[in-house]
Design a binder for this molecule. Sequence first.
Ligand SMILES: Cc1ncc(COP(=O)(O)O)c(C=O)c1O
Length: 390
Amino acid sequence: MTSGKQGLSTQCVHAGEFDDAFGSPHTPLYDTTTFKFDSTDDLLDVIEGRREGFLYTRYGMNPTIKNLEAKLADLDGAEASLVFSSGMAALSALFLAYGHRGIACVGDAYGGTLELLSSQLPGLGMRTHQLLTPDLQALDAVLTNGIKLVFFETPTNPRLAVIDIRKVAELAHARGALVVVDNTFATPVNQRPLALGADIVMQSATKYLGGHSDITAGVLSAKASLLEPVLPWRKNLGQMLAPEVAHRLARSLSTLTIRVERQNASALAVAEYLAQHEKVRRVYYPGLPGFHGHDLAATQMSGFGGMVTFECKGTRADAARVVDQLQLFSLAPSLGGVESLVTQPFTTSHHNMSAEERSERGISDVMIRLSIGLEDQADLIADLAQALAD
Ligand SMILES: Cc1ncc(COP(=O)(O)O)c(C=O)c1O
């Protein structure tokens, strides 16, 4: 175990790891669904909380799962973490636990989250509000109406808008509401929402935390008391992560800082290259000094992330041609892995929306989103140069 005072890279390697009877330097994979006991008394001691122990993997009572949760809690600067079988599993359990008090979503969000908020949760009688821009007055009006959970991503997908975590938290807390930040794009390497005033931080670990496009997982981190109401939902909806996946995620986390720092540096180089390209209309990247959210990002982020969005000059067909001509960037709808990916929001995350809805959100047909991987910067830029060339 590490203490919260150690650096993030040290925590990535050592937090949560415990030595087993055979001296393994990291927690082994306990690929079992159940754990045996010496006696009925011993079993009752664990079930009735007199001794910590392992019991049943779906409940999270498995050493590999506990190791991962302890590591994630340290990285997020939280008292506790809960892991889930996906980012959406984490969010849906959270909303089911807290949504009866109403949910306000500020700014743009991942398509699955928007679908949950706009169609599924209202079907269960939950009040949800979507505020397209981070307008604090409008948020105040919603909160005055009794909404008790404020949710947002920052930076947002795909326009990388930056929302002021401190200000939203201050306002929400004054109205007795909780604040949840989806930190998937930033990761704890670039942004620490709990330290900035958020109550709960959520991440799709499928992205940077997993980092290799080979696992699907999610996490919530917060004070233990705030996660308590979520626990029965995870347990009884059966949203637990398989131990093999937890083990692979813990291993991936040990390289999180070096991956993300490299992705930050390459994304900035790509953004700067695109910003001066004659065929590029606009670049969205919090690290560019001219970008709308740059000053705020500089105060709440320690790195600007590995996602870059840009708009081509020309038509929808011109943008599609650029996407199709890329060789190193794969056309695939995810992010945060070692390999660079490209998508167009209108064909993927925002495809279900009408053209009017997309335009309300500032999403155009010539918008292209890049997830920068770990390839050489020069190769990524050369690939963009050839794709934009004709
Ligand atoms: C910002 C964000 N949050 C949540 C999710 C959902 O995560 P998962 O696919 O792990 O369920 C995604 C998926 O792309 C995402 O980009």
